[in-house]
Design a binder for this molecule. Structure first.
Ligand SMILES: [Zn+2]
Ligand SMILES: [Zn+2]
Length: 298
């Protein structure tokens, strides 16, 4: 540990004092939005071998993003500008920049006996848009754990930059262009870092998925359409409207992402009761990571 900082890892979320959080509910209609519709150059490709799937791009989504740095005089600015950000005056000053998104996943992943904790900010890639999903777990300036959706505005697509890397939170799936057909299982929205698919919010027969239908990693097993229309019985994740929205842990073995994940925290092992080492200076209000299992508001 470079700086000797070691604090107990909070496993229960606190409720931020946000105007859009009412009891245990996040009222998404009340969340301020980061203004703007900025088109940036997006690059994204998927390459297959018999056993692997490589996702490569510049991390910029193929849709317009909000204005970052955030405009002064907006509600979002007032919130972000109170948060520290390494290398910037405050978190409102962080721009979006391209980065090297490059990860090779197993094309036919298998389920492990034990699930693995999420140990990096990034947990998957949205293939419809080419941007990354981050875990919906963060610590505030006092290292208290929060749901970032309860603490910070994002742009219209539920995205924002962390250390200049654009990524999604919460209801980002609502901004994906292909939502599939009503009455059917949602289409594939992306891949988790263990190679399993992340599907939209509807299960078989078009029934909306609740957390009660899913395991602690936010997935389940049934026959799904995999590459080129083959129907196979396979574990897969679902996004939905309940925390943790995307993944709670990995059922397979997550692949490592390039070292640009500067805000990464490492957990000692897959034990959620232990402490984590938190690198000093990573605080950006909602910065950091490691969702182990499903969290709930205290
Ligand atoms: Zn974030
Ligand atoms: Zn399903």
């Amino acid at each position: 540990m470079e700086d000797g900082t070691e604090i107990p890892f909070p496993t229960t979320l606190i409720k931020p004092n946000s105007s859009w959080v009412d009891g245990l509910t996040i009222d998404i209609s009340k969340i301020p939005t980061v203004n703007g519709s900025v088109t940036m150059n997006s690059e994204f490709d998927i390459n297959l071998t018999d056993t692997t799937r490589t996702l490569k791009g510049n991390g910029i989504p193929n849709h317009p993003v909000g204005i970052f740095p955030i405009e002064q005089g907006t509600e979002a600015y007032d919130i972000y500008s109170t948060l520290p950000a390494e290398g910037y005056a405050n978190a409102a000053e962080i721009p979006i920049k391209p980065y090297n998104l490059d990860v090779t996943l197993p094309r036919y992943p298998t389920v492990n006996t034990e699930s693995a904790c999420i140990e990096s900010l990034m947990l998957g890639v949205a293939i419809q848009t080419g941007a990354a999903w981050h875990v919906d777990y963060a610590v505030d300036a006092s290292y208290q754990a929060v749901d970032p959706n309860a603490a910070l505005p994002t742009d219209w697509a539920w995205g924002h930059p962390y250390e200049t890397e654009y990524h999604y939170h919460g209801y980002s799936w609502k901004s994906f262009p292909d939502q599939g057909k009503e009455g059917e299982h949602s289409p594939l929205f992306g891949y988790a870092l263990d190679g399993f698919g992340i599907y939209g919010p509807r299960s078989e027969g078009g029934v909306p998925v609740t957390n009660d239908d899913l395991d602690e990693c936010h997935g389940h097993v049934h026959i799904i359409e995999w590459d080129d229309g083959q129907m196979i019985e396979m574990f897969h994740y679902h996004v939905n409207t309940e925390y943790p929205f995307t993944l709670g842990c990995f059922r397979g073995t997550p692949m490592k992402i390039s070292s640009t994940e500067a805000g990464q925290v490492t957990e000692n092992n897959n034990d959620t009761s232990g402490s984590v080492n938190v690198r000093a200076g990573l605080v950006f209000g909602v910065a950091s990571m490691v969702a182990a299992f499903v969290f709930a508001f205290a």
